[in-house]
Ligand binder design. Structure first.
Ligand SMILES: Nc1nc2c(ncn2[C@@H]2O[C@H](COP(=O)(O)OP(=O)(O)OP(=O)(O)O)[C@@H](O)[C@H]2O)c(=O)[nH]1
Length: 428
């Protein structure tokens, strides 16, 4: 079958038009209403024209697309309108390619007499779209990870450009609210300078990212402990296009750490600092006293006749009494002083700084008197106790804590020997 003429514009020639069509990347095909090819703008690789003309236009498409292609053709003939389809078919050298077909009606005297199919090889476009879709899906998947907050932020404004649900949950904001804010706005004051310094190093090209523990302020005003890992995405000019950050809520870990630290440094019964904490605090305060040339005092306190409380009412009653003693001791002190439970019914008070040695005796007396007040242990159990208190002064009785503690202990022992319920200053 010979190619049928395509209507030409005025002044053009059919030959020129055919040459023009053949020179284009797209393939133009004239089809009759059954889908038979009447004209082809260029010969498909591997075929001679006589093999192609007169064949059905679905011949080069995979069978699963035939119905859609025929429906498009029928539509164009029945409605005299353009139709489109997308199908996979055989391309040059037998490879399978994607083709987008656009079928336009050829109208003469109001009748659709044939149609022109413009077939465009869209394989590369579809592959690019598919790649983009897969990347978007992966990004979505990545963003929906339930455990890690994620964000993309801007290098100039520090604004959150993209945030995932988990980050919204960590910070207590909706996605819409969060993208209106910058990470700097939500960073706790104490961590802002360090975070911005690291951020500026990346912007200046001195590093590619950083990780740090910091605190954010949630929408409800609560502080949230977080660990962040920030990486940058640079453009070919090496300036930063974006920052990518992961944010993990470590509040639970921090509170466990705090609890463990508290347990390591405090007496579980009274919650007072234990020997460990007292020792490090005392080392620090003695250093200060040395530098500032001030006085300090250690009071060693041991309850008198505590054992009979346990013996009479049981260990639990003794525990209650020790807790009350802890409260009374705290009430006798200033904020800068410290009291620790050394074990059993022994407590140590560290007073620093002190103006006069007499102040240490005054505090010790106050403590002694407070312990002589009756202890209401519940269930009509009222205990009456006293205490023996030894005092050692820094620097006259010793310059290091071991010596001072030992001297205060000796003075306390002397108070016991001398009849209990008394304050005894260490003396050489
Ligand atoms: N309830 C209770 N008792 C404790 C605890 N730790 C130690 N004790 C008891 O406290 C008592 C301390 O002994 P002592 O200091 O010799 O007893 P005391 O009767 O005060 O003797 P003096 O100091 O000589 O007056 C012992 O009976 C211990 O079993 C505790 O955590 N809870």
């Amino acid at each position: 079958m010979s190619p049928s003429p395509i209507p030409t514009t005025q002044g053009g020639s059919t030959l020129a038009l055919h040459t023009m069509l053949a020179s284009m990347d797209n393939i133009f095909v004239e089809l009759d209403k059954h889908g038979q090819m009447l004209f082809l703008s260029k010969v498909l690789v591997g075929f001679v024209p006589s093999e192609v003309i007169g064949k059905h236009f679905c011949t080069w498409a995979l069978p699963q697309y035939h119905a859609e292609m025929l429906a498009a053709l029928t539509y164009t003939f029945e409605h005299a309108q353009v139709s489109q389809y997308l199908a996979r078919g055989y391309g040059p050298s037998g490879s399978i390619r994607w083709y987008e077909g656009r079928i336009s009606p050829v109208i003469d005297s109001g009748q659709v007499i044939s149609s022109v199919l413009l077939a465009t090889d869209v394989t590369d476009r579809i592959a690019a779209e598919e790649k983009g879709r897969k990347q978007a899906e992966l990004l979505d998947l990545f963003y929906s990870l339930p455990f890690i907050g994620m964000a993309i932020t801007a290098p100039d404004t520090k604004r959150w450009l993209m945030v995932n649900d988990r980050l919204c949950e960590i910070l207590g904001y909706s996605r819409e609210e969060l993208v209106e804010k910058s990470w700097a706005e939500l960073t706790h004051q104490d961590y802002l300078a360090a975070d911005i310094a690291e951020f500026n190093r990346v912007v200046a090209g001195l590093s590619e990212g950083y990780a740090m523990d910091k605190k954010f302020i949630r929408k409800d005003g609560e502080i949230v402990d977080a660990t962040i890992d920030v990486r940058c995405v640079r453009n070919p000019q090496r300036t930063v296009d974006f920052f990518v950050a992961t944010v993990q809520d470590i509040s639970l870990r921090k509170s466990h750490e705090k609890r463990i630290l508290h347990l390591a440094n405090h007496d579980p019964l009274t919650s007072l600092p234990n020997r460990n904490l007292m020792s490090s605090q005392m080392a620090h305060d003695l250093q200060l006293a040395r530098r500032n040339n001030t006085l300090a005092a250690i009071l060693f306190i041991d309850l008198d006749q505590f054992k009979p409380v346990n013996d009479r009412w049981g260990h639990d009653a003794g525990d209650i009494l020790l807790q009350v003693v802890a409260k009374r001791l705290q009430n006798c002190l200033r904020a800068s002083d410290m009291v620790a439970r050394m074990g059993g019914d022994e407590f140590v008070v560290f007073l620093s700084p002190l103006e006069h040695a007499a102040n240490a005796v005054q505090v010790a007396e106050k403590i002694r008197v407070s312990i002589t007040q009756p202890f209401d242990l519940g269930s009509q159990r009222i205990a009456h106790l006293s205490s023996s208190i030894g005092i050692a002064m820094y620097p006259v009785h010793g310059e290091d804590q071991e010596t001072l503690l030992s001297h205060a202990d000796n003075a306390m022992y002397l108070a016991k020997v001398n009849g209990r319920d008394r304050v005894q200053m260490f003396s050489n």
